[in-house]
Design a binder for this molecule. Structure first.
Ligand code: HEC
Length: 131
């Protein structure tokens, strides 16, 4: 195994812990760190349109918090509810999206995309749709 392979294996082993704890399957498919399945890609497009200006191009945070980190902490239900109702806290204030049908119907896809970011499955590159 190459040096890089060993590192990747060690990282994978580390990442297995939270995966095992939730026993959930990854809700996305990402190849080559940037090719997303159609649903996840739709999440990326929604994210780019509605969320990136506050949460950063890669979800790394700007005015709003780092969502890649948040999605390792908050549950899917919390995510759905925060997006629907907005949130005002110590960092600032996010508007509610309840009156935006694109965001509301796209919450599942947004979640997939951000979960992939949280798991480090997508690199700091612009993703594209897998063929
Ligand atoms: C106008 C700026 C702005 C936009 C646009 C925005 N957010 Fe936020 N968001 C924030 C701020 C600020 C917070 C932090 C509120 C606090 O806790 O102080 C936040 C918090 C969140 C949280 C909770 C994070 C946590 O750890 O509790 C989630 C989830 C989230 N945003 C998702 C989204 C999604 C998805 C979109 C796009 C549909 C979006 N946001 C668009 C500003 C924004």
């Amino acid at each position: 195994m190459s040096q890089r392979g060993i590192k990747a294996a060690a990282l994978a082993a580390l990442l297995m812990l939270p995966f095992a704890a939730t026993a959930e399957e990854a809700p996305y498919t990402v190849s080559n760190s940037h090719e997303l399945d159609a649903e996840t890609y739709q999440g990326f497009k929604l994210y780019r349109n509605w969320c990136a200006r506050c949460h950063g191009t890669y979800g790394q945070g700007m005015v709003g918090p780092n969502l890649a980190e948040s999605l390792n902490v908050i549950s899917k239900d919390e995510f759905f509810s925060v997006v629907e109702n907005g949130k005002t806290g110590t960092i600032g204030s996010m508007p509610a999206w309840s009156s935006n049908p694109q965001v509301m119907t796209g919450r599942e896809q947004l979640y997939r995309y951000l979960k992939a970011r949280a798991d480090g499955a997508i690199g700091e590159v612009k993703p594209k749709k897998a063929k």
